[in-house]
Design a protein around this ligand. Structure first.
Ligand SMILES: [Zn+2]
Length: 342
């Protein structure tokens, strides 16, 4: 028989009723369950003297769960461990998750052990796993049934998961937009796109006291100047963004998504007819993705352009060779940065 020894300890053996080294072993077991042949690793106790395998109460329980998990896997259902992990991810108790889903109070407890969930419940648990936004909406529906502090804790956990989810989608979408520029050094300034750097450059500008009224149009110009100056000085840009020549000057590809990235300190301001996007960072901040040389370049950009109004910086940009030589809506090439005005 295929048998692997897990451990061996001296104790009273209930098979031969003698005290001796008794082994705990793993056995490949085949069993029929719901008309299906199931294979799984079962745990037994083994007596060398009587050459007998037997299971104690705990082993019997565990073997039953192993059989059922193996069955669940073969049916494409979540295993009991999968369900435990989903619950742990949200930091929610078994009974509170039942409250959220409108299920009987012991349902999750049962699914995490011997009872196999039906297909409909399985689908719901899988959806909860990948959709923190849905979790939050369900949570809000049962808000009054939970203590305030417990509700807050679940909301906080799910919000973190939601933001991570959303941000990773957004990043993938931006990166997909940039795939077509890969390998064209004159487009991306000899630097591979780093959204971590993009976010940190925006945060660096937003934290500066030397920049007045930082709104979107101005920010986009500052980003271009930072990359252009970096390329002029070092032969490579900071962020890897690709810029288009739009009527108000340089604007990076994917600019609307970029300002929605997590940790970009962007605030929408109601301006009556339209909305404006204002950027400011109040708390003391660290910029882990920027080198000291990157920061020196940003400081020069801030010093030269920080006090300009939106119209002044747009006008300034319009006099750049890089802008004058680029047809409208084309990519601004980094080769023009030699004649940069700063
Ligand atoms: Zn024995």
């Amino acid at each position: 028989m295929d048998m692997r020894i897990l451990k061996s300890e001296k104790k009273l053996c209930v098979s031969c009723m003698e005290e001796h080294e008794v082994k705990t072993v793993l056995v490949k077991e085949k069993n029929s369950f719901k008309n299906k042949k199931i294979e799984y690793d079962a745990v037994y106790t083994y007596c060398d003297i009587s050459d007998e395998l037997y299971a104690d109460e705990i082993q019997m329980q565990e073997n039953d769960i192993k059989l059922k998990n193996s069955y669940r896997r073969s049916e494409g259902l979540l295993t009991s461990e999968d369900i435990i992990n989903i619950r742990r991810k949200y930091g929610i108790t078994q009974s509170d998750l039942c409250t959220l889903l409108g299920w009987g109070a012991k349902t999750i407890t049962r699914y995490e052990s011997h009872q196999i969930q039906d297909k409909a419940h399985d689908t719901i648990l899988k959806k909860i796993d990948r959709d923190p936004e849905w979790f939050i909406s369900l949570l809000n529906e049962v808000k009054d049934d939970l203590p305030e502090s417990v509700y807050r804790k679940y909301l906080e956990n799910a919000t973190i998961l939601y933001e991570e989810n959303r941000d990773s989608y957004l990043r993938k979408a931006i990166e997909a937009n940039y795939a077509r520029f890969q390998g064209n050094a004159l487009f991306h300034g000899n630097t591979e796109l780093s959204l971590d750097k993009v976010v940190d450059v925006i945060r660096y500008f937003s934290a500066s006291h030397k920049i007045i009224s930082l709104y979107k149009v101005k920010l986009m110009k500052l980003l271009w100047y930072a990359d252009a100056l970096s390329y002029k000085k070092r032969g490579f840009a900071i962020t890897g963004l690709v810029y288009l020549a739009l009527p108000m000057g340089a604007v990076p590809v994917g600019h609307n998504s970029i300002i929605n990235l997590k940790d970009v300190p962007c605030e929408e301001v109601d301006m009556g007819e339209t909305n404006a996007y204002h950027f400011s960072l109040k708390e003391a901040a660290k910029f882990l993705f920027l080198s000291d040389d990157d920061k020196k370049i940003l400081d020069i950009v801030i010093k030269k352009l920080g006090k300009m109004t939106k119209n002044e910086i747009v006008e300034f940009m319009h006099n750049e060779q890089a802008y004058l030589k680029t047809p409208s809506r084309d990519v601004i090439q980094f080769k023009y940065t030699k004649s940069l005005q700063i």
